[in-house]
Design a binder for this molecule. Sequence first.
Ligand code: GLU
Length: 480
Amino acid sequence: MAETILRFAPSPTGGFHVGNARTALFNYLYVQHYGGKLLLRVEDTDQKRNTGTSLQTILESLGWLGIAFDGEPVYQSQNAEAHRRAAEQLLESGHAYYSYLTPEALEAERAQAVAEKRPLRFDRDLTPEQRAEKEARGLPGVVRFRVPEGETVWNDRIRGESRWDNGVISDFVILRADGSPTYHLAVVVDDYEMGVGFVLRGGDHLSNTPKQMMLFEALGWEVPEYAHNTLLLGPDGRKLSKRHGETTVTEYREKGYLPEAVCNFLALLGWAPGDGREFFTREELIEAFTVEGMLEKDAVFDEQKLEWLNGEHIWARPHADLVQEAVWRWRDEGWIKDGEAESRRAVLEKIVALLQPRVRTLQEFRTFGYFFNDPDHYEEKARKKQWKADTPGRIEALISRLEALEGFDESEVEAATRTLAGELGISTAKLIHPTRLALSGVGFGPGLFELMEVLGKETCIRRMRKALEVLGEAYTVPAD
Ligand code: GLU
């Protein structure tokens, strides 16, 4: 059996919506799992709405997501000749006809059809003389498809048996008055010429399918299989759109999401593995994906889940990759200078290792300025809770112990802190929390002793002294 050919067919008329990315991903997972080829077709016939930047964004987004295609992209606009030939063929075989309604007549016809609850049927039965007469009057002639009687039925590979009464479908235009093909004709001719055997596309194309199937049949071409995935909804149950916030792949990329997390998340919007698993690497997705696992239920886009999955993927990423991601952001914040990334490599790696299990998006690397700069304020809530009347004396004592240390690695710092706590007869937590506040300005973060090792002795002591000065006697809580 010849291998199945699929295609992804974006229109370059705006940003690359996550719903389109999801369709591309399912096509990709299909060919990766079952074998076959995935072609890219750029549907650029709407010249008024096409933009070069949009095409570039689509290509970049697909590349970023790791969705690869076989061969070079096909441009629909370059196939206009074949589209016209197909229209000619349909005219010759009687499946299409010229129609010359003026806009006013069309409007009247439409109103009447609505009143009679019937589809629009136009100049179906014009005689050659009537045609010639209309052309002589200079009326613009479009080519319409003669919708046959009956029903169009297909076995949708996601939605099961699907039926459409042809009686509700109007004779649609396939060639405009200027000779340019319309969307339906172009899609069918291109799918045929590209050898597409399976069309897996968005649910918003469902009502196009009967029209396109009729064209295939009228042209005597084998009809491909179809599958229409579900709609993507926002948390309020309405179709996902700008009103819900970010909707393009570029925006998610800029928010610090990893491509593998976005793919994992999108795959779960409309597909489920059946065993409740949620975390998937790309290889695992390819392995687990099946058409049977694709769901009929509309999917809700829940960004909190994406954030959670992203945290898991950040955790799973090789450490070295993340160092790069963190470093350019820190440089962008002005926390490290050009060239320092190399000279301070070892310390930067340690910081990333500390943060890797804690950040949910790459942008969160930008919230840890205290690894580079002394805090310039102290979180009020933590100060109220942790900085008590007897804290300064304890911090002074800890400074003396730290000063006396020869080395400053995590275990030495920890031992010194625990010993002091023992001598003072207090829990180590009573030293840990205020010291963390002094070092970072906040009341939470990675393990204190790891943090201290990374900051180094001099910085730790300087910051503890500064906290003594600034927080001094600003106690709101009495001594223990
Ligand atoms: N160009 C269409 C779109 O972006 C897709 C057409 C199709 O998949 O048949 O929605």
